[in-house]
Design a protein around this ligand. Structure first.
Ligand SMILES: O=C(O)CCC(=O)C(=O)O
Ligand SMILES: [Fe+2]
Length: 336
């Protein structure tokens, strides 16, 4: 059976005011009801080109302790490359269905790579207004080009170049975060498996939605990753949960949005927060985003770093092989 894509549902509901019932969220989740409309605290912004390295480090550490999310500007990834990454991704999603289905995730696949729609078990049977594409981009031994679009032809070259930049920026941030814990620069990188850690590219494609007040793109979650480095297009939609409210994230052109994920929360024994976030959709415009998830290898066991543990700071989290952690989380099974 063919999987129904949200992009096709969107096209066929463009001239109506209605969306299928399974996309209508409960009142507890509907963005029109649950988005905070007062003065919005800004997600911290870190300028990596600031020559005062200590002040940069303090800002990264504070944002990760208090928010679990921050935006980085002057991060060293060329704006031109980000534009090309977005262009090749958008071109792919605008190709005819058959072309996209040629890199679809196989129905019986255990892994998440490929073009897909549903990612995790749906709570209360509610569907997310988003299609996606996943493929690993680093290390080369993990790359499976059969899930990379062949069209547009520059897709591969652009993603390979982006992988090198994302890796460099992630390692800089992990170094700062490690030192913020009083550890060696390499501690968190090694905790995620060192050279075996994997970089998973995801493209989210949120087509126009006639009822953005009722539906959600990606529902509330924390990322499974260690950290996530994301670039969005210009259509707003990311929301962050802080101090009991859902806030809209500001769109800063060319910024990279960094999310602290579950594995850094666990490695740091709770010092760094895994940010709870979700996305809304737009009535007329397509929103897209390109998160790259830096994840441990599937067999890698991740738990609080032993250097951090003492009688005063007992472990708050159980160690899990990443494959077991992901399986349990995506299937909404208990953890810890
Ligand atoms: O589209 C976004 O800004 C966020 C997407 C997201 O949270 C995810 O794919 O995990
Ligand atoms: Fe996320």
């Amino acid at each position: 059976m063919e999987i129904e894509r949200v992009q096709d549902i969107s096209s066929s509901s463009l001239h109506t005011e209605a969306i299928p019932l399974e996309f209508i969220r409960s009142e507890k989740e509907q963005p029109a009801i649950t988005t905070f409309r007062g003065p919005v605290p800004a997600i911290p912004v870190v300028d990596l080109s600031d020559p005062d390295e200590e002040s940069v480090a303090r800002a990264v550490v504070k944002a990760s302790e208090e928010w679990g999310i921050f935006q980085v500007v002057n991060h060293g990834i060329p704006t031109e490359l980000i534009k090309r990454l977005q262009e090749v991704g958008r071109t792919f999603f605008e190709l005819p269905s058959a072309e996209k289905e040629s890199v679809a995730k196989p129905v019986d696949a255990k892994d998440i790579e490929g073009y897909g729609t549903k990612l995790q078990k749906e709570v209360e049977g509610k569907k997310a207004w988003v299609d996606h594409l996943f493929h690993r981009i680093w290390p080369p031994s993990c790359v499976n080009y059969s899930f990379w679009p062949k069209n547009p032809p520059e897709y591969r070259e652009v993603n390979e170049e982006y992988a090198l930049h994302v890796k460099k920026l992630s390692e800089t941030l992990l170094g700062i975060l490690s030192e913020g814990l009083g550890l060696r620069r390499e501690a968190l990188r090694e905790g995620l498996g060192g050279d075996l850690a994997e970089y998973m590219m995801k493209i989210n494609y949120y087509p126009p939605c006639p009822r953005p007040d009722l539906a959600l793109g990606v529902p509330a979650h924390t990322d499974l990753s260690g950290i996530t480095l994301l670039v969005p297009n210009e259509v707003p939609g990311l929301q962050v949960f802080k101090d009991d409210h859902w806030f809209d994230a500001e769109y800063i052109p060319s910024a990279v949005i960094v999310h602290i994920g579950d594995q850094i929360l666990r490695l740091s024994n709770g010092r760094y927060k895994n940010v709870l976030h979700r996305t809304t959709v737009d009535k007329d415009r397509t929103r897209m985003s390109w998160p790259v998830f830096l994840e441990p290898h599937r067999e890698m066991i991740v738990g609080p770093l032993p250097e951090l543990i003492s009688d005063d700071n007992p472990p708050k989290y159980k160690p899990f092989a990443f494959k077991d952690y992901s399986y349990r989380k995506l299937n909404k099974l208990p953890l810890d």
